[in-house]
Design a binder for this molecule. Structure first.
Ligand code: FES
Length: 282
């Protein structure tokens, strides 16, 4: 059973804000820092659960470093299904086996990739996509995206057509796990509530479960609803469009960006091609 946490109300009117303009590019050191640097109180709330502070960053090598995603279950070794695999590489077969125990055929796990927090979710899209949506069988949904003001941004397919690696061909989606509200670390079934239960409804709305949940102020994200959206580089104020999962509810203005996946046999690896998408926290 997932652990229960007290939830704090969202600070009224607070949204992520841009800093004065600076360099438009980020280097490896800055990229890695996005996983760890944020406002002290928010960071404490996140690290208190996940303990990312003790993480050793993977070495940088001439081949680009360690691209494998790894499980991160520190403090939850006894309750998370991947607790015994803490810091081991993520394998698709693990997710498939866990999803077989689920009524929705889904599974998810918190992890770390290239020094930043991630969540990987498996959805049996390849099986369920051929059935009527009204059957309520969980699958990926490729959707229009709207920014925090309700303005149309674009369709997920616009980005996936340009780079097919963004499409979840392996029934897996990996996201950068920093909340677009105040940069806490949303998790997969960190808490037990109606948003995280093993149920699924189509449409990317806030009904049904199977959501990624941010414990800081209760934002919800649907890992099956894939869309285009827009966010802001916090260091220089530059806006960017990204492929991500939909914000379903709570104070977060938009959803979470995808990290494209490449399979190395059974091992799940992330591709560092879209680091500018992960710059809305610092
Ligand atoms: S940081 Fe506020 S809801 Fe996630």
């Amino acid at each position: 059973m997932s652990r229960e946490y007290d939830l704090k109300p969202a600070p009224s009117g607070e949204q992520p804000s841009a800093k004065p303009a600076g360099d438009s590019l980020i280097n490896r050191r800055q990229f890695l820092s996005y996983g760890f640097n944020t406002a002290t109180g928010v960071l404490a709330a996140s690290l208190g659960v996940l303990g990312f502070a003790s993480l050793l960053l993977p070495p940088s090598t001439s081949t680009g470093g360690d691209l494998a995603a790894k499980y991160w279950a520190k403090g939850r070794e006894d309750e998370a299904w991947y607790g015994a695999m803490h810091e081991q590489v993520m394998k698709k077969s693990d997710f498939v086996a866990e999803a077989a125990k689920s009524s929705t055929g889904t599974s998810g796990a918190a992890g770390v990739w290239n020094g930043v927090p991630i969540v990987v979710t498996y959805v049996h899209h390849s099986k369920n996509a051929g059935t009527p949506l009204s059957n309520g069988k969980a699958r990926f949904q490729f959707m229009d995206g709207y920014d925090g003001t309700g303005k149309y941004v674009g369709h997920f397919d616009d980005l996936a057509d340009a780079d097919p690696r963004l499409a979840p061909s392996e029934d897996l989606v990996m996201i950068f796990a920093r909340c677009t509200h105040l940069c806490c670390i949303p998790g997969w079934q960190l808490v037990s509530n109606s948003f995280t239960e093993d149920t699924w409804t189509p449409g990317g709305g806030d009904d049904g479960g199977t959501k990624l949940f941010c414990i800081c102020h209760s934002s919800r994200f649907d890992p099956t609803a894939l869309e285009m959206n827009t966010n802001t580089n916090r260091s220089n104020g530059a806006k960017f469009k990204y492929a991500g999962i939909r914000r379903a509810g709570g104070p977060a203005p938009v959803g979470l960006p995808i990290i494209p996946i490449a399979m190395n046999g059974d091992i799940i690896e992330g591709l560092p091609d879209y680091v500018d998408w992960y710059t809305y926290c610092d």
